[in-house]
Design a protein around this ligand. Structure first.
Ligand code: MG
Length: 261
């Protein structure tokens, strides 16, 4: 724990489940703040603003500031802005993505874009697919906010960005060139640069091995897996977590035990 200077928390399934706080989350977050460690809350959901998540956390009794929240849309906008080659952008996404891109100072266009950005989009239509298809065939950059094929919901899920990426890959013979949501190494780089820390000083806390723990392990950060369902880890799990707990409530005792040893 002495070496850990930042905790990177997944949100849904880790801090809350839908609209319900996970018991012990508030106390764990207060424990982290008392340790003076930095905090990031990271979600692959590109549909809501960072303010939305600050308000949601505050309503649940958890302190959070806008700089601590990272959404896949927001981090994509920041990434595209940093690199000049991305030029004018055609987004396949919802209003929030357009807002994030514009707030970052990027120009949006549906005429000969330099970059196509694919995201979750319930307003997807054939026209949008064709604009992206033509741009990709002309060599436009091909970037996505998040790789998820399905966004989980209580009634069976929603078709997500990954499925739209697959449609464009199939029709153009192009391959996606960059994705910013978990478990992207571009995201890990952006987080580490915002935190100004080395990977070994950060721990990712989350309930998904293939997003949260993979993000951690690919980049050299520690991964604390919340195994709420009591799943068994198989030997061939690609990205083994460093720690396993059953709830965010167990995080303080995990680290205090480790420190005492
Ligand atoms: Mg989760």
């Amino acid at each position: 724990m002495e070496n850990i200077k930042a905790f990177i928390f997944d949100l849904d399934g880790t801090v809350y489940l839908g609209d319900e706080i996970i018991p012990g989350a508030k106390e764990t977050l207060e424990w982290v703040r008392n340790k003076n460690a930095q905090i990031k809350f990271v979600t692959n959901n590109p549909r809501f603003s960072r303010e939305f998540y600050v308000n949601k956390l505050n309503k649940l009794g958890i302190q959070a500031s806008i700089d601590e929240v990272v959404t896949s849309a927001n981090i994509t906008a920041m990434y595209l802005k940093e690199k000049e080659i991305y030029g004018k952008i055609f987004p396949i996404g919802e209003e929030q993505l357009e807002t994030e891109l514009q707030e970052a100072g990027l120009d949006l266009t549906d005429q000969d874009p330099d970059t196509v950005v694919v995201s979750f989009d319930t307003s997807l239509d054939y026209k949008k697919l064709m604009i992206a298809y033509k741009a990709l065939n002309k060599g436009a950059n091909f970037i996505a906010t998040n790789p998820d094929t399905v966004c989980p919901t209580p009634d069976g899920g929603l078709v997500d960005a990954g499925a739209i990426i697959a449609a464009l890959e199939a029709s153009t013979n192009r391959k996606l060139e960059g994705v910013l949501g978990k478990p992207s190494s571009l995201l890990a780089e952006m987080l580490l640069s915002q935190l100004n820390l080395s990977p070994a000083e950060c721990v990712v806390v989350g309930d998904r091995l293939n997003t949260d723990i993979k993000l951690a392990k690919k980049s050299g950060m520690k991964g604390a897996w919340i195994n709420a369902e009591n799943e068994s880890l198989s030997k061939d799990t690609e990205h083994m977590p460093d720690y396993m707990i059953h709830s965010i409530a167990e995080l303080p005792s995990l680290f205090e035990k480790a420190d005492a040893q």
